[in-house]
Design a protein around this ligand. Structure first.
Ligand SMILES: N[C@@H](CCC(=O)N[C@@H](CS)C(=O)NCC(=O)O)C(=O)O
Length: 361
């Protein structure tokens, strides 16, 4: 028996998990979840409908791509996507958080404002491959409504769209310059940071046709990196750069995270602290209100998602584990990227992900 991944070609986080599993050489098959899998496997095990979900060959269910990746890193051994040296590892964890939690803005904007009809049909094709087109469109529209509903909640609207597009186009230019010099973020091996970025940059921003045309036109080297990521020609190969080098070409990308994402995370943390003080022991909600953000010079408000803090905590835990020269090297890197706010971030409560749910540890 092999492992099963319940996932879908159009899903952001399925793309992250799939790219990793394929590079890692994991023996698995991917199954598109139908209603029965949803009701009999995913919802009973996870408590809600979400993909990707992995069912291991021993029946264990894993959810959350970071948990899935960490499971196989330990279970399979062999070359790792986690750099061993401090600056690279810390920067890679930051970029995983940035990709997973911040680049959903451009991903969802371009999908729903440039590819809506296509994606509704695509959802339908995945659900009922043999049905006539009209029926596929009707089924896809039902599923699509839920995801379309996330768009305003994330803070994507007429006022913020110009900023989201300006920021995304500038990010593409920065990444295009980086990939002119390096195949992956930190050398010739993909890192956990590459897997964070591939989620949004594959399904929504490369595979959706109108988005893919934009990426090919503005940043062809980013499109080539996407192809290297999702069709690894040599799994388990490559090296991270020597001497713990973080390429200069990544500094603008990290600066963007510090400038746009970190203030939003800081406000999310403050709001979560208030919520936690007022609701001790209560189940953690997905969002603790709407927090202000600025992207591409334009300001808006988006759902303050507690999960984003758990992703940031992964990077901050690593920083906290370092001492002496190693810690000093990471703090110097933070200063280079304008990330001093992360040195004493002050997470209001420690978070843990237990039984597929966020809890205060
Ligand atoms: N952080 C999770 C996120 C998974 C996720 O958001 N999956 C999306 C599809 S790409 C989903 O199923 N969303 C349903 C929902 O959020 O209600 C992970 O890394 O697996």
């Amino acid at each position: 028996m092999t492992h099963v991944m319940y996932g879908s070609p159009a899903s952001l986080f399925s793309g992250k998990a799939r790219a990793y599993l394929d590079w890692k050489g994991v023996d698995y098959r991917e199954v598109s979840p139908n209603l029965q899998i949803r009701n009999e496997v995913i919802v009973p095990a996870v408590g809600r409908m979400i993909i990707p979900v992995i069912e291991l060959d021993n029946g264990t269910i894993l959810q959350d791509t970071s948990i899935i990746i960490d499971h196989f890193e330990t279970a399979e051994g062999g070359p790792s996507v986690y750099p061993r040296t401090p600056r690279q590892r810390f920067a890679a964890l930051l970029l995983e958080c940035f990709g997973d939690e911040w680049l959903v803005l451009p991903a969802m904007h371009y999908r729903w404002n440039y590819n809506e009809e296509w994606i509704l049909e695509e959802f339908g094709r995945n659900m009922m491959p043999d049905a006539p087109r009209e029926q596929q469109l009707a089924a896809g529209t039902m599923i699509g409504q839920q995801f379309r509903g996330f768009v305003p909640v994330l803070g994507i609207n007429e006022a913020t769209i110009p900023g989201i597009e300006a920021s995304y186009e500038a990010l593409l230019a920065d990444l295009d310059a980086h990939f002119a010099k390096h195949p992956f973020l930190f050398g010739s091996r993909p890192s956990i940071g590459d897997y964070g970025l591939i989620g949004p940059l594959y399904a929504h921003l490369y595979r959706d046709p109108a988005s893919g045309e934009i990426m090919e036109r503005l940043a062809p080297r980013v499109a080539e990196w996407v192809e290297r990521m999702v069709k690894p020609s040599e799994p388990l190969s490559g090296e991270f750069l020597s001497d713990d080098a973080v390429p200069d070409t990544l500094i603008p990308v990290l600066k963007r995270m510090m400038r746009e994402h970190v203030p939003f995370l800081t406000e999310t943390a403050r709001m979560f602290g208030e919520w936690h003080a007022a609701n001790p022991g209560a189940e953690i909600p997905r969002a603790v209100g709407m927090a202000p953000f600025t992207t591409g010079g334009v300001s808006g408000e988006g759902a303050a998602r507690v999960f984003s803090l758990w992703m940031l905590q992964r990077a901050l835990d690593y920083l906290a584990s370092l001492e002496g020269d190693e810690r000093a090297a990471c703090e110097a890197l933070l200063k280079d990227m304008g990330g001093e706010a992360l040195i004493d971030f002050g997470m209001p409560a420690r978070l843990a992900y237990e039984d597929h749910t966020l809890v205060v540890a």
